[in-house]
Design a protein around this ligand. Structure first.
Ligand code: HEM
Length: 436
């Protein structure tokens, strides 16, 4: 792991302790003195923001668990009890519910930052892959957490998503029965979801530990994508980045609090204020906003099994992204064509999100029921095109683009880029320098 520690035990006790457990040395070397590129922009604060959000979810979740009852007859009322009777219960419940959305908002920005600056490229492939596993665990945690209030959307969402496994040939139905713990989404399902929803955040914390370990071996990437070449390119993590991260966390907390205090239900669904009723299917079953793009991919294919495969493939694909992108240049800053495709991908994902929230057979622009027969631009058709584009981006555009694109001149080092900010690259560096 990079960076040596300047730790010197100051007292006799500190020396005694250090010889037995050099943890202060580890903290000094890995958190305080850690050499960090001096040109990181605010997009690099999202890792810190995410760590804070994981802590916030754990803390509020543990308090909620003290008052929540995981039983189908009591779960819904126990949430209402938390909101009304428990001291600060309303705020804690709102912090947790909105916290999930804020967590996903931050993780999507973090992922797209990595994609733009090529942070997944060598030597950070394992770091990136651990990130993708983190994303999957986050999704499972959020999905099971949403079932716990046992509202209408909790119940029907759980039913729709667990039922997807029935598309698996031969074993599908048995798998669904096994997941449910019975023949319907019922008390055993609620209990196991509660158990796993409590467990998985700790798994996440462990994965985040591995993620940061894998980050500290090669060190941070940076906006130029050029590797650190000398001591001049870095500054110690503390105080420079502790302060920058703290400021960004403060701003992020303001946005989070604006939701919690002024629009606590903005990202929720009103139907979930009704208790689960297995005999009453809601008119529209819609997942939380952060699942909508994947939901759109799922629904864009009529065959259930293929839809499920496409949905999982859209995430698992990211595991091999480091090998799909053939460019030798890391940062999108120096890749003029890639940059444009990157923004098209962002728009494509937003479009998928929008389509995921719509009725498939309605018309795209006006979102009213389409007439039978003839060609009609339905939400479903737009979803199909957007799904196709998503896969084309990763499987065709990225591999080919890396081979064909001529990158812009790159700075020889981070220091040069910082000193020559807003000036063209120095003469003699016209050719792209490969990102090692
Ligand atoms: C609980 C969720 C996560 C936490 C707490 C977390 C934490 C962090 C932290 C603290 C950093 C260093 C600071 C920074 O670059 O922002 C980092 C870097 C990184 N993370 Fe994550 N992360 C999470 C999820 C993810 C996911 C889902 C991915 C990708 C799919 C990912 C990919 C990366 C990459 C590639 C870097 C290196 C960035 C660079 O140096 O350019 N992370 N993460």
């Amino acid at each position: 792991m990079g960076g040596h520690s300047s730790y010197q035990p100051k007292s006799a006790f500190a020396k005694w302790f250090h010889e037995r457990l050099p943890i202060m040395d580890l903290i000094q070397g890995q958190a305080l003195d850690f050499p960090t590129p001096k040109n990181l922009n605010y997009f690099w604060t999202f890792g810190g923001i995410l760590t804070m959000m994981l802590g916030a979810q754990l803390l509020t979740g543990i308090v909620l668990a003290m008052h929540y009852t995981p039983h189908v007859t009591m779960a819904f009322d126990s949430i209402e009890h938390i909101r009304r009777d428990v001291n600060y219960g309303n705020i804690i419940q709102k912090l947790h519910a909105n916290g999930a959305s804020m967590f996903f908002l931050a993780v999507y920005i973090h992922i797209f930052r990595g994609m733009y600056y090529g942070s997944y490229k060598a030597p950070r492939e394992i770091l990136w892959m651990i990130g993708v596993i983190i994303l999957l665990v986050m999704m499972a945690t959020a999905f099971m957490g949403y079932v716990l209030p046992w509202g209408q959307m909790s119940f029907w969402g759980a039913k729709v998503i667990t039922n997807l496994f029935s598309a698996i040939p031969f074993f599908g139905d048995s798998i669904v029965t096994w997941l449910w713990g019975g023949f319907a989404v019922d008390n055993p399902t609620l209990n196991r979801f509660y158990s796993l929803h409590y467990l998985l955040p700790f798994v996440l914390a462990g994965l985040v530990g591995l993620h940061i370990w894998a980050l500290h071996v090669p060190g941070n990437n940076n906006p130029t994508g050029v590797s650190v070449k000398s001591g001049q390119d870095t500054v110690p993590f503390h105080p420079y980045y502790t302060m920058k991260d703290a400021f960004a966390i403060g701003v992020f907390l303001i946005v989070y609090c604006l939701f919690v205090f002024f629009a606590p239900d903005y990202m929720g669904h009103p139907v979930n204020y009704e208790m689960a009723d297995p005999l009453k299917t809601p008119a529209h079953i819609v997942p939380e906003w952060y699942f909508l793009p994947f939901y759109a991919i799922l629904r864009s294919i009529d065959n259930k099994l293929l839809g499920v495969i496409a949905m999982f493939a859209s995430i698992l694909l990211l595991l091999v992204l480091p090998w799909l992108d053939t460019s030798r240049v890391r940062s999108g800053t120096y890749r003029p064509v890639f940059k444009q495709f990157f923004w098209i991908l962002v728009l494509d994902c937003l479009l998928l999100g929008y389509i995921g929230s719509r009725v498939p057979d309605n018309l795209f622009w006006v979102d009213t029921p389409s007439h039978e027969g003839g060609f009609a631009l339905t939400n479903k058709l737009v979803g199909q095109i957007a799904t196709l584009y998503y896969f084309v981006h990763f499987l065709i555009i990225l591999p080919i683009l890396g081979l064909l694109e001529t990158p812009k001149p790159m700075p020889a080092s981070i220091s040069e880029a910082v000193l020559a900010k807003n000036k063209p690259a120095l003469p003699g560096h016209k050719a792209a320098v490969p990102a090692e």
